[in-house]
Design a protein around this ligand. Structure first.
Ligand code: ADP
Ligand code: MG
Length: 568
């Protein structure tokens, strides 16, 4: 059994192909979305998902969210004194999703398809695959998120389709793909995106607005700046969501019992977010250009990702394409459902017999070279693409090079990803050095082969035909060079952490939410929350199932009344 996982910046899902269709699997709370959040409680136990996210404003130094932004870097997040990389935190979320799938399916699960932003680079992809391994999952395929959404959309009726555009704006990343369906082949013709653009940036815009109007110094006199920042961020998120349904919304924070409030109108938000909206255009134009698609020939604009719910984004999309977007796929579910479709394709499910998927490499990959100008002067550090962006994958290409100096003893290649002419403006992935026999300049040839697989993972080898010598890509980062043993060790380390029991997820989630609400309300309302929490905790301590059920219902009912239904 291969499960599908959408490991999002904000929310994740786990899915499976069952009885001829893709289904999302509910977590221990019965929710289909699991917040990508990890927190450590005072007893040192890990909380994952909703409960963890609720602790973000009450325990910012023990809680991590949006860590996908650090995937593939050495950035470390300390939670209650323990250091975690984005990879570790992702592994913890993946482990929980795996457990949810196992509980639902009643069997162990060891294989997965995990989605990644199309714009994820080689390091970020390798880090994601390792996170899967750390969670005890063999990652059968990394699937580009917009491609997954296209699969979920295209598979609905399996009919031929003119090119359509998938517009995926999530919490931290933006991806665009142009896809066509013909004779059962789902073909991605081009992908483009922005790795650092999503709902979080729109929160920053609201916070920037609020900061100009509220007394930040007064807030920071009441609480530590990090805590103030977290509380402001959570408030910005609420304001932004409220603005999806109203022309204006309050921005409201309570710090140590003191309330700060301002009203933000949709127009003000739109003006503040104009720069972000502008950044949506470039990837769209690039994907159209590179797939040779005229905008008026697009059959549909498919919106995916929670942040496409923002009216400012919808307006911008409608303006960009002069038409209304298609809303037939669920923006939060499409990527996850597509992952389950890909899992079924790998498992060769009979229902999908006729379907094939063809994807592209969304960026160029190449090496650095030195070129000689007309006067014979040398210019180093120039990018020479080996695989150009939007090449169908898997792909394998060879470029040929010659030595530059007399009696040169070795040839060194820097491996880069990007589009800039000067390699220093691209992302360096690694290096290869290969020895060559001493000869006059230009007399030794070197072949450089790039192989890019269906998961978007790169392998590079260089070959000197004269000596038969071959060398493989040497990865820069020692973090990247983790061996089987390192992975096993890291896994043991993660396994040694205490987890909050899955059966108690609902109780932990309610306690975390009540703690957050207690801090954000004052007066009689706060008192009622305190009282409800006490009753609930007392029932938990008595381990009285009926009492727990009743107190749980009362407390969550109270919180729902006070702040509206909880949102995911
Ligand atoms: P990811 O795939 O990165 O996890 P999602 O697709 O789950 O992201 O989208 C998360 C983003 O969607 C968040 O930034 C969240 O604020 C935003 N979002 C969700 N619902 C709404 C809404 N009703 N209005 C505005 N933004 C929303
Ligand atoms: Mg997503």
């Amino acid at each position: 059994m291969i499960i599908g996982i959408d490991l999002g910046t904000t929310n994740s899902t786990v899915s499976v192909w069952q009885d001829g269709r893709a289904v999302l699997i509910p977590n221990a709370l019965g929710d289909l979305l699991t917040p990508s959040a990890v927190s450590i409680d005072d007893a040192g136990a890990l909380l994952v998902g909703f409960a963890a996210r609720e602790r973000q404003s009450t325990h910012p130094d023990r809680t991590a969210t949006a860590f996908k932004r650090y995937m593939g870097t050495r950035h470390v997040t300390k939670l209650g004194g323990v250091a975690f990389t984005a990879e570790d935190l992702s592994a913890i979320v993946l482990g929980r999703l795996k457990a949810d799938a196992e509980a639902y399916l009643g069997t162990t699960v060891s294989e997965a398809v995990i989605t990644v932003p199309a714009y994820f680079n080689d390091r970020q992809r390798k880090a994601t695959r390792r996170a899967g391994e750390l969670a005890g999952l063999q990652v059968r395929r990394l699937l580009n998120e917009p491609t997954a959404a296209a699969l979920a959309f295209g598979i609905q009726d399996c009919a031929d389709r003119e090119p359509f555009l998938v517009f995926d704006l999530g919490g931290g990343t933006f991806d665009v793909s142009i896809v066509e369906m013909f004779d059962g082949v789902v073909e991605v013709r081009a992908s483009a995106g922005d790795n650092r653009l999503g709902g979080e940036d729109f929160n920053d815009a609201i916070m920037a607005l609020a900061r100009t109007r509220l007394d930040l110094a007064a807030m920071e006199a009441l609480a530590a700046p990090a805590l103030v920042h977290e509380i402001m961020r959570a408030a910005a998120e609420r304001t932004r969501r409220a603005l999806s349904d109203a022309a204006q919304a309050p921005f409201q924070v309570t710090i140590a019992g003191v309330q700060f409030e301002t009203i933000v109108s949709a127009a003000e938000f739109e003006a503040q977010a104009a720069g972000l909206i502008e950044r949506l255009r470039d990837p769209v134009l690039r994907s159209l250009r590179e797939s040779d698609t005229r905008v008026d020939l697009l059959s549909e604009i498919v919106l995916v990702g929670g942040a496409t719910r923002m009216p400012v984004v919808r307006k911008a999309v409608t303006r960009m394409f002069s038409r209304f977007p298609n809303a037939s796929v669920h923006p939060d579910h499409a990527v996850g459902l597509g992952a389950a479709v890909q899992a079924a394709l790998l498992a060769k499910d009979a229902a999908l017999d006729e379907i094939r998927l063809s994807d592209v490499c969304p960026f160029s990959l190449g090496v650095d070279t030195t070129e000689r100008d007309a006067r014979g002067a040398l210019h180093g550090g120039l990018f020479s693409p080996v695989i150009e962006r939007n090449t169908p994958i898997p792909a394998s290409r060879i470029s040929y090079f010659r030595t530059l100096a007399d009696n040169q003893r070795e040839v060194q290649f820097g491996i880069y990803q990007g589009e800039a002419r000067e390699v220093r403006n691209n992302i360096k992935l690694g290096e290869i050095t290969v020895p060559v026999p001493p000869r006059p300049a230009g007399m030794v040839g070197v072949e450089c082969r790039f192989s890019y697989d269906s998961s978007g993972l790169l392998e590079v080898d260089v070959h000197v035909p004269e000596t038969g010598m071959t060398r493989n890509l040497v990865i820069l980062d020692e973090v990247d060079a983790m061996t089987e043993r390192d992975v096993a060790q890291r896994r043991e380390l993660l396994a040694a952490l205490k987890y909050h029991p899955r059966e108690e997820a609902a109780n932990a989630a309610l306690l975390a939410r009540a703690a957050r609400c207690y801090e954000s309300f004052i007066g009689a309302e706060r008192e009622r929350i305190g009282h409800g929490t006490l009753e609930f905790q007392a029932a938990l301590e008595r381990q009285d199932p009926r009492g727990i059920r009743i107190a749980h219902g009362q407390l969550s009912g109270l919180l729902d009344t006070l702040e509206g239904e909880r949102f995911l």
